[in-house]
Design a protein around this ligand. Sequence first.
Ligand code: ACO
Ligand code: KIV
Length: 506
Amino acid sequence: MTQIKIFDTTLRDGEQSPGVNLNQLEKLEIAKQLERLGVDVMEAGFPASSQGDFDAVQKIAQTITKSTVAALARANKNDIDRAWEAIKDAKKPRIHVFIATSPIHMQDKLKKSPEEVVLIAEEMVRYAKEKCTDVEFSAEDASRSELPFLAEIIEKVIAQGATVVNLPDTVGYTTPKEYGEMFKYMKEHVPNINKVDLSTHCHDDLGMALANSIAGVQNGATQVEGTINGIGERAGNVALEELAVTFEIRKDFYSFTTNFILNEIKRTSDIISKLTGMVVPGNKAIVGRNAFAHESGIHQDGVLKNAQTYEIITPALVGVTSNSLVLGKHSGRHAFKDKIVQLGFELSEDKVTEAFQNFKLLTDRKKEVTDDDLFVILMDIQTDVQTRSQYQLEAFQVHYHSTDVPTAHVTLTTPKGDTVSKQDVGNGSVEALYNTIEHLIEEKIELTDFTLSSIGKGKDALAEVHVNMNVNNQAVSGRATAQDVLEAAANAFINAINRAFVTMKK
Ligand SMILES: CC(=O)SCCNC(=O)CCNC(=O)[C@H](O)C(C)(C)COP(=O)(O)OP(=O)(O)OC[C@H]1O[C@@H](n2cnc3c(N)ncnc32)[C@H](O)[C@@H]1OP(=O)(O)O
Ligand SMILES: CC(C)C(=O)C(=O)O
């Protein structure tokens, strides 16, 4: 078996998904879970892109001990300085320098000749290497680059000390055969290629990211880059859980393995879906809600007789457990703390107290409190602290009648501690609520996306709302969970506003 290194870029390329906007605590929470999952490398962000991303990468670098922490940089000194500044405290830091090598990118985007690009790449890899021993070089748009030119630039960056060379299919254009052949070509034409790890980085524009990544490793790549749930720029990146489980389930066919702790996959997927607001489609391989559901009679009959008739992956392999009824109205703090540990959280005593109070409130309103419900309560406690001293929803009332104009009345506490109330109308209940809150807050707000989903099943399932909006022209997201849809909607809106003010204050 050949061990393939997994480079997770959920926190960088994944965060480039439209509408995804993670704050520092959320990025840190995801980073900790990625480490539990066993990723070899995590790309924590692009520090030169904003102060917020710099701070998040720095915090991750100071926290993570087992995985290598990488930071992305364009091939210029400022980006490399920012990347190094952010990750220099990491146990295992890596600077990831990239520059495009395809004719169209060099000519029309960078406006540089191929010779200039080679010189920049060499100089910047050398510059990064002076700071950090582990330097990855990516030839952006490699799959549309000319192979002899690609071979030349790769040999030259290896001479400057690159430790990893990544050949991305940046626009998801390539086919498995072509992508595999590119790796084979480099193996045959770059004299020092065996000094580095060769890496794949595939996008899913034509739905071939997984097939292309596998073709890469079959032709000499020893690192695969991708994201959990396949999130990322445009159609996303290869879904790493699909790659790791494919190697496990088809080990009779492929001779590759990864360090993934497979039964951490579902938890990782859930955390990322919840914090990014990118809902996992029900039919998504490995982690979709229906991935292990059998609907039709013939299938159910087969599964009852022998699960393997229709089930190639056991749910437990990837950490899918039955959603058991766990704690109830009469449960005490000890059992609650025990459950926190079982669900994989580490909370301070203060946070346990807060979570316990929220749990008790929920047991008054909901008959069955499931693991999914608790997971949401705990994740909210773990990631929401930054916004607590901002706007708070005190009370609201919505009047809806099929023949009347929906009207909302909202009372908020402002960051200064004042209590303010207003009433307004809208075309629907949510719009009436949002118009009212907007008037109370007196900021320029434009809602760009609204997603409502349910946590668990049944009439008393919790409602989860995720919103994307512009607050004073700043893109921001917000989320909230409540038993009532309107309460979740109002709180998600306020959460986004609070997050906008936290960023503005910086
Ligand atoms: C394939 C990928 O996924 S690459 C990663 C993409 N991720 C991001 O872009 C993260 C978010 N980006 C940002 O915050 C901003 O784009 C920043 C801060 C990085 C740069 O912002 P700005 O300085 O305003 O530049 P802008 O984004 O408009 O243009 C990019 C510039 O970088 C240059 N550039 C692009 N890639 C590279 C590179 N790898 N090395 C050097 N220069 C590069 C472009 O040619 C352009 O230069 P120009 O201004 O001389 O024309
Ligand atoms: C920066 C590189 C690795 C990238 O994200 C791409 O080419 O898609």
